[in-house]
Design a protein around this ligand. Structure first.
Ligand SMILES: [Zn+2]
Ligand SMILES: [Zn+2]
Length: 118
């Protein structure tokens, strides 16, 4: 690994750590809704890197959950086009308010992470 690569990775993880700390504080004081976070405090990653983890599945709030099929929604992250798609593997749908805000947060964290790393 070259020195240049290492410093980009350092910068990248510092940006993530900073963002995590800021969002934790903002959420604690009620200025930020959990759905609007671009980072995941459970595993300390950008939300688009973590959203496929099972901790993001919640049948009650319908985060990553298709109620009709009682199935976890699958996540496709495209780092080239900066798009995240969350769909139900059974019916191909899975839309809900929770899915929409999750997709919005993932798209934002993806472009944030890519822009900072560049
Ligand atoms: Zn997470
Ligand atoms: Zn479905």
């Amino acid at each position: 690994m070259s020195a240049t690569t290492a410093s980009v990775i350092d910068l990248h993880s510092r940006t993530l750590d900073l963002r995590l700390a800021q969002e934790d504080r903002a959420e604690d004081v009620g200025r930020l809704a959990a759905d609007d976070r671009l980072t995941c405090h459970v595993r300390g990653r950008w939300i688009h890197q973590c959203v496929s983890s099972s901790v993001h599945v919640n049948p009650v709030t319908r985060h990553r959950w298709c109620r009709d099929c009682k199935t976890e929604l699958s996540v496709a992250v495209d780092e080239l086009t900066l798009t995240v798609r969350i769909t139900c593997p059974r019916c191909g749908d899975g839309h809900s308010a929770a899915t929409n805000s999750l997709v919005r947060a993932c798209n934002a964290s993806l472009s944030q992470a890519v822009r900072r790393a560049a």
